[in-house]
Design a protein around this ligand. Structure first.
Ligand SMILES: Cc1ncc(COP(=O)(O)O)c(C=O)c1O
Length: 403
């Protein structure tokens, strides 16, 4: 499976060709292991792109979801949904925020955040509100979220883009100060605490604190996209908690339902009352099945100490990679926190997706040259060591080849 062209083999003539897929399909999984339809076994370093928080077929999650399906899957937001209140209360307890709105995906959570920022501006009499966004950011593929995204490839072909965004480089607080002088209508700063698709690039602790200070000083909302880096992945419930700050708005998705689609936007007091009845909504959002998946995911993370596990095993994995790749020419950096790790190479390495699969390891390559590992939070020490043992020789061999 070394030939890169195999990435684009398309044995699905009726599925729209929006993805460059490997020509393989997974049939089932257990824990951090998955099997393809030919029976080949893989160690899962991807977890459905930071989604399968509890791994596959978790023995506590599966019966809970069965139980919920037997009761009710969907009811409608015309009625109270007690599981929404249960999940919202838990997210508020864990984040120190006050209210949550539920949707189905990351981009929807971000759309809600962008609408909150605009209405927050309108409520203050700002008719053309602007939002500070970032180079290399990724917020989704709806028209508004791709406009907020800092990647020309994602935007190409979809103009005219949504207006009202002001872009700055990450980790440069002077840039925000500067931009604010020419833009009196700024109402919010919107950033990923660790850029995921942009190449596992963390905002520094100092920078996060500085942005919080600037937002407080100017009355702006701080909106932290934790769709990828949140839900325990870095070893705290939310990645911004490493900086000891609190956002005003926090979109979540991916790991929140352990594979069942669910998104949320969690708000603090500055933003929680911006939406009133009729301002926002979604048919599927907050349905009982998705809410049960969220409630059980959080419960199991707590019960099994998975935050501590993510921090400890993540550090072991990172150290193993650093040691295995020390002094290898062409390795730019190993970075990340907890179980969100990026290995940046000096050249594009998309071919490693197929080669890793061939070697029995699931991973992804993002921003062309960054190998990304975002395994389930249940990863064991032994599994982390096996990941290192598969990945290090693959990277060494790849970098020994002529470019
Ligand atoms: C930080 C971030 N925000 C938003 C999204 C979009 O989420 P979704 O694909 O669920 O729409 C992603 C997806 O990768 C993401 O990483």
């Amino acid at each position: 499976m070394n030939a890169p062209e195999k990435l684009f083999a398309a044995p699905e003539p009726h599925v729209m060709k929006t993805y460059g897929r490997l020509p393989m399909a997974l049939s089932h999984g257990r824990g951090c292991w998955v099997w393809d339809t030919d029976g080949k076994k893989y160690l899962d370093g991807l977890a459905g792109i930071a989604v399968n928080t509890l791994g596959h077929a978790h023995p506590k999650l599966v019966p809970a979801l069965h139980d919920q399906i037997n009761k009710i899957v969907h009811s409608s937001n015309y009625y109270l949904v007690p599981l929404q209140e249960q999940l919202a209360a838990k997210l508020c307890e864990l984040s120190g925020m006050t209210n949550a709105f539920f949707c189905n995906s990351g981009l929807e959570a971000n759309e809600a955040a962008l609408k909150i920022a605009r209405k927050f501006g309108h409520d203050k009499g700002i008719e053309r509100p602007e939002i500070v966004v970032y180079e290399s950011a990724f917020h989704g593929r709806s028209i508004a979220t791709l406009s907020a995204t800092g990647n020309a490839k994602v935007q190409a072909g979809f103009g005219p883009l949504v207006e009202g965004f002001v872009r700055v480089p990450l980790n440069d607080s002077a840039a925000i100060e500067n931009v604010s002088h020419g833009h009196p209508n700024i109402v919010a700063v919107f950033l990923e605490v660790i850029q995921g698709e942009g190449g596992v690039r963390p905002a520094t602790i100092d920078y996060l604190r500085e942005v919080r200070r600037i937002c407080d000083e100017r009355g702006w909302l701080l909106m932290l996209d934790e769709v990828q880096c949140g839900m325990g992945r870095t070893g705290k419930w939310f990645a911004h908690q490493w900086a000891g700050i609190k956002p005003d708005v926090m979109p979540l998705a991916k790991g929140l339902g352990s594979g069942v689609p669910v998104g949320a936007v969690v708000c603090g007091p500055k933003a929680a009352d911006v939406f009133g009845p009729g301002n926002h909504g979604t048919t599927f959002g907050g349905n009982p099945l998705a809410m049960r998946a969220g409630v059980e995911t959080l419960r199991i993370i707590e019960e099994e100490g998975l935050l501590e596990n993510a921090a400890r095993v993540g550090a072991l994995l990172k150290r193993g990679l650093e040691e295995g790749l020390a002094g290898v020419a062409g390795v730019t950096e190993v970075r990340g926190r907890g179980l969100m790790i990026g290995i940046e190479l000096a050249r594009p390495c998309g071919v490693l997706l197929g080669r890793a699969a061939e070697a029995g390891l699931m991973l992804s390559v993002t921003a062309e040259r960054v190998i990304r590992l975002v395994p389930a939070l249940i990863l064991s020490d032994d599994e982390a060591r096996r990941m290192v043992a598969i990945l290090v020789p693959l990277i060494r061999e790849f970098l020994a080849e002529p470019p």
